[in-house]
Design a protein around this ligand. Structure first.
Ligand code: AMP
Length: 181
Protein backbone atom coordinates (compact mmCIF):
# COMPACT_ATOMS: atom_id res chain seq x y z
CA UNK A 1 0.00 0.00 0.00
CA UNK A 2 1.13 3.52 -0.74
CA UNK A 3 1.95 4.79 2.75
CA UNK A 4 1.49 8.47 3.50
CA UNK A 5 4.84 9.97 4.41
CA UNK A 6 5.24 11.70 7.75
CA UNK A 7 5.55 14.99 5.86
CA UNK A 8 2.25 14.31 4.05
CA UNK A 9 0.50 13.47 7.33
CA UNK A 10 1.88 16.60 8.93
CA UNK A 11 0.73 18.59 5.93
CA UNK A 12 -2.80 17.16 6.14
CA UNK A 13 -2.92 17.84 9.89
CA UNK A 14 -1.76 21.40 9.31
CA UNK A 15 -4.21 22.09 6.50
CA UNK A 16 -7.29 21.03 8.52
CA UNK A 17 -8.51 24.20 10.22
CA UNK A 18 -9.50 24.06 13.89
CA UNK A 19 -12.34 26.33 14.94
CA UNK A 20 -12.89 26.76 18.68
CA UNK A 21 -16.40 26.84 20.15
CA UNK A 22 -18.21 25.73 16.99
CA UNK A 23 -21.06 24.81 16.77
CA UNK A 24 -21.26 25.34 20.52
CA UNK A 25 -18.95 26.35 23.37
CA UNK A 26 -16.33 23.75 24.25
CA UNK A 27 -16.21 22.01 20.84
CA UNK A 28 -13.00 22.25 18.81
CA UNK A 29 -14.37 21.81 15.30
CA UNK A 30 -12.11 20.17 12.69
CA UNK A 31 -12.92 22.00 9.49
CA UNK A 32 -12.00 19.90 6.45
CA UNK A 33 -13.08 22.54 3.92
CA UNK A 34 -9.51 23.89 4.04
CA UNK A 35 -8.23 20.43 3.05
CA UNK A 36 -10.76 20.14 0.21
CA UNK A 37 -9.72 23.55 -1.06
CA UNK A 38 -6.09 22.47 -1.32
CA UNK A 39 -5.95 20.49 -4.57
CA UNK A 40 -2.61 18.86 -3.74
CA UNK A 41 -3.65 17.70 -0.26
CA UNK A 42 -7.05 16.41 -1.44
CA UNK A 43 -5.37 14.57 -4.32
CA UNK A 44 -2.74 12.74 -2.30
CA UNK A 45 -5.27 11.88 0.42
CA UNK A 46 -7.61 10.32 -2.16
CA UNK A 47 -4.70 8.55 -3.92
CA UNK A 48 -3.73 7.03 -0.57
CA UNK A 49 -7.28 5.80 0.08
CA UNK A 50 -7.57 4.50 -3.48
CA UNK A 51 -4.40 2.54 -3.01
CA UNK A 52 -5.56 1.10 0.30
CA UNK A 53 -8.89 -0.13 -1.08
CA UNK A 54 -8.21 -0.95 -4.72
CA UNK A 55 -7.71 -4.67 -4.09
CA UNK A 56 -10.35 -5.14 -1.39
CA UNK A 57 -13.06 -6.27 -3.82
CA UNK A 58 -15.49 -3.57 -2.67
CA UNK A 59 -18.97 -3.31 -4.19
CA UNK A 60 -20.12 -0.09 -2.45
CA UNK A 61 -18.92 2.78 -0.31
CA UNK A 62 -21.33 4.18 2.27
CA UNK A 63 -20.70 7.84 3.16
CA UNK A 64 -22.25 9.56 6.18
CA UNK A 65 -23.99 12.93 5.68
CA UNK A 66 -22.55 15.26 4.88
CA UNK A 67 -18.76 15.30 4.82
CA UNK A 68 -18.62 11.54 4.37
CA UNK A 69 -20.34 12.12 1.01
CA UNK A 70 -17.37 14.08 -0.32
CA UNK A 71 -14.68 11.54 0.54
CA UNK A 72 -16.96 8.55 -0.09
CA UNK A 73 -18.23 9.60 -3.51
CA UNK A 74 -14.76 10.66 -4.68
CA UNK A 75 -13.28 7.33 -3.60
CA UNK A 76 -16.16 5.28 -5.04
CA UNK A 77 -15.68 6.97 -8.39
CA UNK A 78 -11.92 6.35 -8.37
CA UNK A 79 -12.48 2.69 -7.47
CA UNK A 80 -15.31 2.17 -9.95
CA UNK A 81 -17.79 1.06 -7.25
CA UNK A 82 -21.20 2.38 -6.20
CA UNK A 83 -21.76 5.15 -3.66
CA UNK A 84 -24.53 4.95 -1.04
CA UNK A 85 -25.48 7.93 1.16
CA UNK A 86 -26.49 7.46 4.81
CA UNK A 87 -28.64 10.54 5.36
CA UNK A 88 -30.35 12.55 8.05
CA UNK A 89 -34.11 11.81 8.39
CA UNK A 90 -36.61 12.67 5.66
CA UNK A 91 -34.05 13.44 2.95
CA UNK A 92 -34.18 10.19 1.00
CA UNK A 93 -37.25 9.92 -1.25
CA UNK A 94 -37.75 6.15 -1.56
CA UNK A 95 -38.47 3.52 1.13
CA UNK A 96 -35.85 3.71 3.90
CA UNK A 97 -34.59 1.90 6.94
CA UNK A 98 -33.71 4.03 9.98
CA UNK A 99 -31.42 3.86 12.94
CA UNK A 100 -31.61 6.22 15.90
CA UNK A 101 -28.52 7.14 17.91
CA UNK A 102 -27.74 9.17 21.00
CA UNK A 103 -26.14 12.58 20.95
CA UNK A 104 -24.75 14.42 23.95
CA UNK A 105 -28.18 16.00 24.30
CA UNK A 106 -30.97 14.08 22.63
CA UNK A 107 -31.36 11.61 19.79
CA UNK A 108 -30.56 11.76 16.10
CA UNK A 109 -31.25 9.36 13.27
CA UNK A 110 -29.75 8.15 9.99
CA UNK A 111 -31.57 6.57 7.08
CA UNK A 112 -30.62 4.53 4.02
CA UNK A 113 -32.63 3.37 1.06
CA UNK A 114 -33.90 -0.16 1.51
CA UNK A 115 -32.45 -1.22 -1.88
CA UNK A 116 -29.16 0.68 -1.46
CA UNK A 117 -27.11 -2.44 -2.17
CA UNK A 118 -29.26 -3.52 -5.09
CA UNK A 119 -30.84 -6.27 -2.99
CA UNK A 120 -27.56 -8.13 -3.42
CA UNK A 121 -26.88 -10.16 -0.27
CA UNK A 122 -23.30 -10.03 0.98
CA UNK A 123 -22.21 -6.92 -0.90
CA UNK A 124 -18.74 -5.80 0.24
CA UNK A 125 -19.02 -2.35 1.79
CA UNK A 126 -16.63 0.30 3.10
CA UNK A 127 -18.07 2.90 5.50
CA UNK A 128 -16.43 6.33 5.45
CA UNK A 129 -16.79 9.61 7.33
CA UNK A 130 -14.49 12.57 7.90
CA UNK A 131 -14.19 12.25 11.65
CA UNK A 132 -14.90 9.89 14.52
CA UNK A 133 -15.83 11.39 17.89
CA UNK A 134 -18.05 9.20 20.12
CA UNK A 135 -18.67 6.74 17.29
CA UNK A 136 -22.45 7.00 17.64
CA UNK A 137 -23.11 8.20 14.10
CA UNK A 138 -20.96 5.53 12.46
CA UNK A 139 -22.50 2.89 14.72
CA UNK A 140 -25.97 3.74 13.40
CA UNK A 141 -24.68 3.35 9.83
CA UNK A 142 -23.04 0.00 10.72
CA UNK A 143 -26.33 -1.28 12.14
CA UNK A 144 -28.16 -0.42 8.91
CA UNK A 145 -25.44 -1.93 6.70
CA UNK A 146 -25.80 -5.12 8.71
CA UNK A 147 -29.64 -5.07 8.51
CA UNK A 148 -29.39 -4.73 4.73
CA UNK A 149 -27.34 -7.93 4.62
CA UNK A 150 -24.06 -6.38 3.47
CA UNK A 151 -20.56 -7.32 4.52
CA UNK A 152 -18.71 -4.45 6.21
CA UNK A 153 -15.10 -4.73 5.04
CA UNK A 154 -13.71 -1.71 6.92
CA UNK A 155 -14.63 1.61 8.56
CA UNK A 156 -12.47 4.55 7.42
CA UNK A 157 -12.10 8.02 8.93
CA UNK A 158 -9.73 10.85 8.15
CA UNK A 159 -9.54 12.09 11.78
CA UNK A 160 -10.06 10.54 15.23
CA UNK A 161 -10.41 13.02 18.09
CA UNK A 162 -9.60 10.33 20.63
CA UNK A 163 -12.69 10.26 22.79
CA UNK A 164 -13.44 6.55 22.61
CA UNK A 165 -15.25 6.17 19.30
CA UNK A 166 -12.84 3.52 18.04
CA UNK A 167 -13.58 1.29 21.04
CA UNK A 168 -17.33 1.72 20.41
CA UNK A 169 -16.99 0.50 16.84
CA UNK A 170 -14.42 -2.28 17.13
CA UNK A 171 -17.02 -5.03 17.07
CA UNK A 172 -18.28 -3.97 13.62
CA UNK A 173 -15.04 -4.50 11.72
CA UNK A 174 -11.52 -3.22 11.15
CA UNK A 175 -11.12 0.55 11.59
CA UNK A 176 -8.69 2.71 9.63
CA UNK A 177 -7.88 6.30 10.61
CA UNK A 178 -5.75 8.16 8.04
CA UNK A 179 -4.41 10.65 10.57
CA UNK A 180 -4.17 8.11 13.39
CA UNK A 181 -0.89 6.95 14.93
P1 AMP B 1 -19.78 10.97 16.64
O1 AMP B 1 -21.09 10.34 16.29
O2 AMP B 1 -19.77 11.52 18.04
O3 AMP B 1 -18.61 10.03 16.36
O4 AMP B 1 -19.59 12.25 15.72
C1 AMP B 1 -19.12 12.11 14.42
C2 AMP B 1 -19.87 12.99 13.46
O5 AMP B 1 -19.99 14.32 13.96
C3 AMP B 1 -19.11 13.08 12.15
O6 AMP B 1 -20.04 13.08 11.08
C4 AMP B 1 -18.35 14.39 12.24
O7 AMP B 1 -18.30 15.04 11.01
C5 AMP B 1 -19.11 15.21 13.29
N1 AMP B 1 -18.23 15.77 14.33
C6 AMP B 1 -18.20 15.42 15.64
N2 AMP B 1 -17.29 16.11 16.32
C7 AMP B 1 -16.67 16.91 15.43
C8 AMP B 1 -15.59 17.87 15.51
N3 AMP B 1 -14.95 18.12 16.66
N4 AMP B 1 -15.21 18.50 14.37
C9 AMP B 1 -15.82 18.23 13.20
N5 AMP B 1 -16.85 17.35 13.06
C10 AMP B 1 -17.27 16.70 14.15
Amino acid sequence: MKILSLAQKEYLNSIIREVADFPKPGILFKDITTLLGDAKAFEFLMEHLYDRYKDKNLDYIVGIESRGFIFGATLANKLGVGFVPARKPNKLPYTTISQKYSLEYGIDELQMHIDAFGNKPGANVLLIDDLIATGGTAKAACEMISKLGANLIELAFIIDIGIGGIQELESYGPIYVVLGD
